[in-house]
Design a protein around this ligand. Structure first.
Ligand code: HT7
Ligand code: ZN
Length: 864
């Protein structure tokens, strides 16, 4: 398959001003008529032919300015598109095609889910609906008429504002929608079916009333409150923070169970995975509630960052995604505990993006090439992209950033632009030169930041020497230094802050920063708030322990504790390999004790700080991973800590029980998080008391957070209560897709040695469905990406299972299949034997005839 390169970008030869679409919906044979007003683009090189993208379309008719096109002027392309020769400078093209929603298991284009129709057009799904120049720099105004059977599809929705509806013969009806805002084709959407609305309204600050509706299946109306509340808070926040108001009369959200990703920001008609809409205390965990707020706000914020100002081409994806993730992170931080939110965001970045940046798929935030764009909806484009925007704000200041956003929107409203345009707006508005900073968009790899320090007692001068380097990544052997904002402070031996706190800007490979007037050598607190997405090294175990206890910055306090624990865990890994007995390190025990002493100061923080670094995070700090040893050490520590502090965990677990009604504010969630962190330790402790508590909590828990935390403990155990709990849970929730996903995932992530066997058996379970991406992620994804010790089982059976799954999935849904390849791509991190087994499985996938280009790209790059 061809590689698409950023440097080959050319403006479109033809522009589309108006699109008039008519969809006559039918499960097997939907007819789509499109009327396009086209004109030659004065900014493009002259072209002889009009190029239209198309995929899986059956052409019925094609007319140019009212006349049928002779076949010799229409050349079918190998990729399913059409080239039309000899077109005038301005013309109207009318096409009619037939498509089959019921045969569409890709979930891209128009498809059926539970008898209802949904579309997904980002990135290149519109070409599966009609012939079109399907690229984001072709922005047009859309009028959409939908026609369907009234009984099967009482609800007919599209982008923009409603503009009429009526009856048709034979029990059919129609509805028309007009979107006044020009948009790229990837933001087109249609939803039709038997759905009900939960309605509300929002009055914008200029006094316009917006009708809000969340469309769900009957019976789910009671589960939309949190999503609706999140939406209204997002709308208000964007007005207050950026002066950005909503711009249509209606804002519709439709929820669907079969969806490739989390949600989609189609103009005026967001489509959401039900996972990010539906929540009741008895079915959704606190993490689910948080996820809903994040995704609802994210998609809403796209209305300006992505929709009104969109991307020129898909290399600019982070222009909308990095910026919008930054905006949703900022929004959530403003809603409650900013510090704990930051820890969660950093944990996620390190878990997903750092390994990506160090692996075979490493790419810059603005990639230079791709084969399949769907493979570039990555943690790098999203999460690292957000970190880059965050650093930009640190450099230009809060006021400069707001001015920059204002200028960006004013300059580029209704345009398709580049990351360069965004950086230029920030630079022009703030007056801060961002020339070097742009390297963050161009270079892949996680910079490594090293610190050394010295103190001259005679002069009271303290010197911090910071140095940086970025490891080579595929296609980028040499790296330049990047500007790294290092927010910092100095802590004295008494634990008090010393003068000197601020932001250091490391621009060169190495720089000294001096501080005068100190009476003794301080401990440096670096990267406060995680001010740059880098790996920091150079602090001693003693300094880390000190910072974990004394720093005023919650991020550094947490992170130092984590780094301290990693160092101890790595030492224990050596003991394990040398078959020496393992002991609970006294320093680690002391820091747990210190945390427990102040547990109730901030329960959410305590829960985060009590949680040991993940197995993957520890493995990532080793030259060669050893999943077995890391797992053994982490399990040993959990058991040892659980046993040593059993009394205190038990007291906290009892004290923190929820008595009143279920609440989803930060304080209540923090209490539940801490309570369940205690239960998790107790579950590993000697004596079985934790398992008894887990069983009781499972049976009486009044909310899904507590029930699931208990089930997780039982699922890891050999307790006789395990089977009964799993069976009971299945029986109780078998009708609830989202809850059943949890049942699959918990078993897939179990630490038990028979997990792979169980997972294989679950693939054959009646409730498993390869066509449902949520279910695939819950079982196969959770096993491969969330259970390192079982996935990397020395037999190689885990690898074989994943390869078999990818092969089977590729015939059903290529986007989901390609996304599953990731864990096999990490073979270079494993020992030679495991690495060879992983490579063999990748090679086996690659041999399959007819492999999709997305899976081909992921597998072939993984093997390189
Ligand atoms: N902009 C969207 C990204 C997306 C997507 C969503 C659903 C299905 C397939 C998709 N491909 C790309 C979601 C977002 O980032 O907001
Ligand atoms: Zn997005």
């Amino acid at each position: 398959p061809p590689t698409i390169r950023r440097e080959d970008y050319r403006p479109p030869a033809f522009l589309v001003d108006e699109v008039d679409l008519h969809l006559a919906l039918h499960p097997a044979a939907t007819r789509v008529k499109a009327r396009l007003d086209l004109r030659r683009n004065p900014a493009a090189e002259p072209a002889t032919a009009l190029e239209l993208d198309g995929e899986a379309l059956k052409l019925v008719s094609l007319r140019l300015d009212g006349a049928a096109l002779p076949p010799e002027r229409v050349r079918p392309r190998a990729d399913g598109g059409l080239s039309i020769d000899g077109v005038p400078d301005r013309f109207v093209l009318e096409s009619e095609v037939e498509i089959s929603p019921e045969a569409n298991s890709e979930l891209s284009g128009l498809y059926l889910s539970g008898g209802n129709y949904f579309t997904q057009c980002e990135a290149e799904g519109f070409r599966r609906i009609t012939f079109f120049p399907d690229r984001p720099d072709v922005m047009a105004r859309y009028t959409t008429t939908i026609e369907a059977d009234r009984a099967a599809c009482p609800v007919l929705l599209s982008n923009g504002n409603p503009d009429g509806a009526g009856d048709l013969p034979d029990g059919r009806h129609w509805a028309r929608w007009v979107d006044p805002h020009p948009k790229p084709s990837y933001l087109f959407a249609v939803v039709a079916g038997d759905l009900v609305a939960v309605r509300d309204s929002f009055t914008t600050r200029s006094g316009r009333e917006v009708a809000l509706a969340i469309w769900v299946r009957q019976g789910d109306e009671d589960a939309c409150g949190h999503a609706m509340d999140s939406l209204k808070r997002s709308m208000a926040w964007d007005e207050e923070t950026y002066g950005l108001e909503y711009d249509l009369d209606v804002f519709n959200i439709a929820a669907v169970s079969d969806f490739n990703m989390g949600a989609m920001e189609n103009k005026g008609l967001n489509v959401f995975n039900t996972k990010y809409i539906l929540a009741r205390p008895e079915t959704a965990t606190d993490a689910d509630y948080e996820g809903i707020e994040t995704v609802v706000s994210h998609e809403y914020f796209h209305n300006w960052t992505g929709n009104r100002v969109t991307c020129r081409d898909w290399f600019q994806l982070s222009l909308k995604e990095g910026l919008t993730v930054f905006r949703d992170q900022h929004f959530t931080a403003d809603q409650g505990s900013a510090a704990v939110k930051r820890l969660a965001d950093v944990r996620r970045l390190r878990a997903a993006q750092f390994p990506e940046d160090a692996g075979p798929m490493a790419h810059p935030v603005r990639p230079d090439s791709y084969v399949e764009i769907n493979n570039f909806y990555t943690a790098t484009v999203y999460q690292k992209g957000a970190e880059v925007v965050r650093m930009m704000r640190a450099l230009v200041g809060e006021a400069g950033f707001r001015k920059g956003m204002d200028l960006y929107i004013a300059r580029h409203d209704n345009q398709a632009v580049t990351i360069e345009d965004f950086a230029q707006a920030m630079q022009d508005a703030s007056g801060v030169d961002l020339t070097r900073f742009r390297r963050w968009y161009a270079q892949a790899g996680t910079p490594e930041l090293r610190v050394r320090d010295s103190f001259d007692a005679a002069t009271g001068r303290y010197t911090l020497t910071l140095s940086q380097s970025t490891p080579p990544t595929p296609g980028q052997p040499e790296k330049l230094p990047v500007p790294i904002p290092v927010r910092m402070g100095l802590i004295g031996a008494d634990g008090a802050e010393r003068p000197g706190a601020g932001v250091l800007l490391l621009e060169e490979a190495e720089q000294d920063f001096t501080f005068e007037g100190l009476e003794a050598k301080p401990v440096p607190s670096l990267l406060r708030g995680f001010s740059a997405p880098v790996k920091l090294s150079g602090l001693s175990l003693e300094q880390l322990g000190f910072l974990a206890r004394h720093d005023t910055d919650p991020f550094v306090r947490w992170d130092s504790g984590q780094q301290y624990a990693v160092a101890e865990m790595l030492r224990l890994v050596e003991d394990f390999r040398a078959q020496r007995p393992l002991d609970l390190p006294e320093g680690l025990a002391a820091s747990i004790a210190a945390l427990l002493d102040r547990a109730m100061d901030d329960p959410a923080f305590t829960a985060e700080a009590l949680t040991l670094p993940s197995e993957d995070f520890v493995s990532d700090q080793m030259p060669v991973a050893d999943p077995e040893a890391v797992h053994a050490v982490r399990q040993f520590l959990r058991a040892a800590i659980g046993t040593r502090f059993a009394g205190r965990f038990a007291v906290l677990h009892a004290e923190l029980a929820d008595h009143g009604p279920y609440r989803i504010d930060g304080a209540a969630m923090g209490r539940r998080a801490l309570r369940n962190a205690c239960l998790s330790y107790l579950g590993q402790a000697e004596g079985g008391e934790g398992l008894r508590r887990a069983e009781a909590q499972f049976n009486t828990g009044g909310n899904m957070t507590d029930v699931l935390a208990a089930l997780r403990v039982l699922a890891d155990s050999d307790s006789p209560a395990r089977e009964a709990a799993l069976a009971g849970f299945h029986g109780r929730w078998k009708q609830h897709d989202l809850v059943l996903d949890k049942w699959f995932a918990i078993q897939a992530m179990s630490a038990r040695a028979d997990t792979l066997q169980q997972v294989k058996a679950l693939v054959g379970h009646l409730d498993f469905d390869l066509r449902n991406p949520n279910r695939v992620r819950a079982l196969i994804g959770a096993f491969a990406a969330g259970n390192p010790s079982q996935f990397h089982h020395a037999s190689g059976e885990g690898y074989r299972f994943l390869a078999d799954s990818v092969i089977a999935l590729d015939a059903v849904n290529t986007q989901v299949a390609a996304r599953m390849v990731g864990p096999l791509g990490q073979w270079k991190r494993q020992d030679a034997r495991r690495g060879a087994l992983m490579r063999a499985e990748l090679a086996r996938i690659l041999e399959r005839p007819g492999l999709s280009k997305g899976t081909f790209e992921k597998v072939s790059k993984s093997l390189a």
